[in-house]
Write a protein that binds this ligand. Structure first.
Ligand SMILES: Nc1ncnc2c1ncn2[C@@H]1O[C@H](COP(=O)(O)OP(=O)(O)OP(=O)(O)O)[C@@H](O)[C@H]1O
Length: 512
């Protein structure tokens, strides 16, 4: 066993009555890659925020190289050698890579920073163009900027919060190579992820949290992903059950939908054709940034199509109608970005139930436009119960929920409207294995009631688990949706990477 870098003894942190971290003790050795696992709301982010100086423990001790240490703020963490790559990137689109790096490191002198960044990106195989605008970068490239920024501080402990949830398989491999190099140099990595196969491949130890407590420490390679998942939730996770029927009439028909991106940062969509019938789940696979966001905005009415007939919902052209009008016709939408877009962080859950439902036929708008708060509270309570959202109640603000629990709430709110059409973007992003299985089952069950369900996802395993037909979006073009039973992962992977038959597949098909 290597020398101890950091030791935590009996750390506790409460939010009101909730013990988010309850008497946590663990040690991290030098040059170790340690996974921090746990279901949504288990307390992983709370723990690393205390290590990063963003939160203060109520009680307990942190030892850094065997010496008791306080970490009052992130600057103190950086001074010790603790650095973090966050789940949500904190880069400014309008600035260059170099400017973003300098902005994120107020305590590092600017002189020579660009040269140092270039040197690090070469050493760690993280190619970057310092003069490029961040807005023009793919998600994987943005993450590289964050990692180089983190490495510029010459950290001894690197904390990574769900780093692979939006990466292509090639980018994941590259990230793993970088992390192994850090380990070889004697640095320690704490790795938070819900992707258990990746944890098995990369991490030599896993600490499993449940309800704020450490329930187990194990070698992930010696366990199956299913065993790790059941240790996280404290029981077995049910398989998703499907019994595909014969689909009915088309609920959503998209014909010749085109969209010219107004900015150089967006993707232009060309001639999209798509049909989703009653009772079926159709999946759209693709690497982030290939037009999914633009297509979702057009389907939901956030962006209007150029012709009404380009989007037909239940037999009526809706391409020129806004989001409320489409919701009134029985459609429901779950956007990818749950905070800000899917939910208002400062509102409580009851008010967040109002946000998407206030004009719905059985919704929360009363006569003369008055809002029915009692109804909203009941609806929020129903959603919390149905989706097993871990929260003190309907009065909790959306911003206080852990990422995965907020996702469960947003999906549950849309399901509660019993839509005829549900369009959902990345349904299980950041959601733990147990909750992901629940969400997928809920989508299948919704289709079972005769609704049409369209799922946009980067996760091929997810699409194979739930979709009857799968289409691939790449460079703003959509392939025809084919029955999932006749497709292979390899064939879809190649289409996702923009391959044309006979040509070598490009590494990333980021389109502008
Ligand atoms: N600022 C806060 N105010 C109130 N409650 C909070 C706050 N931050 C976290 N919590 C609660 O503490 C618990 C632990 O949350 P935490 O974010 O640490 O979980 P997590 O394991 O990181 O979950 P996920 O995998 O969903 O990101 C959750 O129940 C969450 O709602």
């Amino acid at each position: 066993m290597t020398a101890t870098l950091l030791e935590i003894l009996n750390l506790t942190k409460s939010f009101g009555a909730l013990r988010a971290n309850d008497d946590i003790s663990l040690r991290l050795g030098e040059g170790e890659i340690v996974a921090l696992l746990g279901e949504n709301g288990a307390g992983k982010s709370t723990l690393v925020k205390m290590l990063f100086g963003a939160l203060q423990p109520d009680s307990g001790t942190i030892l850094w190289r065997d010496k008791e240490t306080a970490i009052p703020d992130p600057a103190a963490a950086r001074a010790l050698g603790i650095s973090m790559v966050h789940q949500h990137f904190s880069l400014f689109d309008a600035f260059t890579v170099e400017e973003n790096i300098a902005l994120g490191l107020p305590d590092v002198p600017r002189a020579g920073l660009a040269d140092k960044a270039r040197e690090l990106s070469a050493t760690y195989g993280l190619p970057l163009d310092p003069g490029a605008l961040v807005a023009d970068l793919s998600v994987g490239e943005r993450q590289r900027v964050e990692i180089v920024r983190c490495l510029l501080q010459n950290p001894t402990l690197v904390i990574m919060d769900e780093p692979t949830s939006v990466l292509t398989p090639q980018e994941v491999e590259r990230l793993f190579a970088t992390l192994r190099q850090l380990k070889a140099e004697g640095r320690t990595v704490v790795y938070i992820s819900h992707k258990l196969e990746e944890v098995r491949e990369l991490c030599e130890r896993a600490v499993i949290l449940r309800h704020g407590r450490v329930v187990e420490t194990c070698v992930p390679r010696e366990r199956s992903a299913a065993e790790l998942a059941s240790a996280m939730v404290g029981g077995a996770i049910a398989d998703v059950a499907r019994s595909p029927g014969t689909p009915g009439a088309p609920v959503l028909s998209v014909k010749g939908l085109t969209y010219a991106s107004a900015t150089t940062f967006g993707t232009t969509l060309g001639d999209i054709d798509l049909e989703v019938r009653a009772g079926e789940v159709v999946g759209i696979a693709g690497i982030a940034g290939n037009g999914q966001g633009e297509l979702f905005a057009l389907l939901s009415g956030e962006t209007l199509a150029d012709r009404a007939e380009a989007i037909v919902l239940g037999g009526q052209p809706v391409g020129r109608l806004g989001i409320d009008a489409r919701r009134r016709r029985g459609a429901a939408f779950v956007p990818e970005e749950r905070l800000g877009h899917g939910a208002v962080p400062a509102f409580d859950l009851a008010d967040n139930a109002l946000v998407s439902r206030h004009r719905h036929a059985d919704g929360t708008a009363g006569p003369f436009g008055f809002l029915r708060h009692g109804r909203a509270r009941k609806m929020a309570a129903r959603v919390i119960e149905a989706m097993d959202v871990r929260t003190p109640g309907t009065h909790a603000t959306a911003g206080s929920l852990s990422g995965g629990n907020l996702q469960k709430f947003v999906v549950g709110r849309e399901l509660d409207a019993k839509p005829k059409l549900l369009v959902v973007d990345q349904p299980t992003w950041g959601v733990d294995a147990g909750a992901a299985a629940n969400i997928r089952q809920a989508l299948i069950d919704l289709a079972g009631t005769g609704a049409a369900v369209l799922v946009v996802s980067q996760d091929l395993d997810e699409l194979f688990e739930i979709a009857d037909r799968i289409a691939v979006i790449c460079g703003g073009r959509l392939s025809p949706a084919e029955p999932a039973a006749g497709l292979t992962r390899e064939a879809i992977g190649l289409l996702m990477a923009g391959a044309v038959p006979g040509a070598a597949a490009p590494e990333s098909a980021h389109a502008h």
